[in-house]
Design a protein. Sequence first.
Length: 491
Amino acid sequence: MSKKKFVVLPESDVHLNEVRSYVEEIPDADYRQASEKAMEEFRDMKYGVRIHWGLYSKWNLQDESWPFLKMDYEQRQKYQQLYKEFNPKGFSAEEWMQFFKKAGFKCFAFTTKHHEGFSLFDTKTRVKRRINWTSPDGPQIEDCDIAYSVMDTPYKRDIVKELCDAAHEHGIKIDLYFSHPDWYDADFRPYGFHPLTVPEFEKFLTKKEIDEIGFRFEKMSPLPVHSLTNEEKERMVARHREQLKELITNYGNIDMVCLDMWLGADVWPEIRETMKVLREIKPDVMFRARGIGNYGDYYTPEGFVPGSKENTDMPWMVIYPLARSFSYDPDGSGYKGSEWVIKNLVDSVAKGGNFMVAVGPDENGFWHPKAIEQLEETGEWLDMNGEAIYCTRPRSGALYKEGENIYFTRTKDSAYIYAICMGWPGRTLNVKTVRPREGSAIYLLGYEKQLPWRYSVEDGLTVSIPEYLQDKCNQPCKMAYSFKIETLPEN
């Protein structure tokens, strides 16, 4: 691996603040982040889809597996048995990829294992201790020997393999989501909001987790069990490491691993060693920074687009749910619409980031009709305007935007600037911060003819829009109109 300067998370990153007390700011000298080439390819993607799918999809739970922490003991036991009914007969990796291509996605992230601990891939690891929530004497840790994966279900097919194989065929980049915590495996207590705790729990939890103890046990008192033994801790670290090794080695080329949550200071030395092992195996897999600080390669503002350009060189990608939460939403009225997607995509890309819209299929692997409609509408917009989005870069400083309605992107060589006007500009487009190259042509993407323009230091650039385009039927798209401008180097 070539040596390079580390890129670091912004000080404002929420998940950095959860681990900064024990994860060193500058990684060890024998560790390297992914290469500049890998980071460049990440920045080129611009648009992707985040897929949350798991046992929670059986019950149409919002907020993925998080409601598990508020369930009573009987509900928890029933939830943990849902794997015996998991049989998504409507799932087709090929149909998913065809949909993704039509929607314009360049990558997808898929939940291989959420916090609930259920794996949607053929893991060879085994859970040796779990919680029986309804034993006669109350919740008890019991011995078991189970993968707790899709291979234990009636479906018995490696969903991650099928998705990765199909993605390779279609040239779509792969991001495999993986939760550090595991609420099914009792060896993972008390880390990562695990529903079991230990007498000395404050030693293992972050301040945020301690502050939120009331949320974790809203309907019951904390459930303390005996302290974690060295054997249990070693088994937990080994299983965590082995599952990540499986994900980066068993499915061909994997571009990204989307880590989530954290495991705490007590096991950070072991997790740090895990990251070194993984990096040795696959030097250019891009790891999301959650739980590992600046050992990561990218980070993800979640549920919002940063208000201004981020103050970091670390690649970033907004993750934002299309409906009310990340998992399947049966209520079609909750889906935000293609205009919402396009606005946030343009906003993110203009500021130098990527945008990933999050949506989940139902228990059978089908997408909500509203999700299909809205994402395919976005794909149609990208068919016309993708040149202004994919493989672009932001302008310097605060020049990513002008007023409230115009965003800018540029080609990598700065030869062209794209002015993306979120609403129809009318008979003229005026921008103050772009100076075209003398004698060059300006185009509206989707319209073949050159547009007349003039430039002055006082008025800036004024582009005249012909009468033909004032008819909405003749306009190339319904919103976010992209003007391609050949510029001088200083632009």
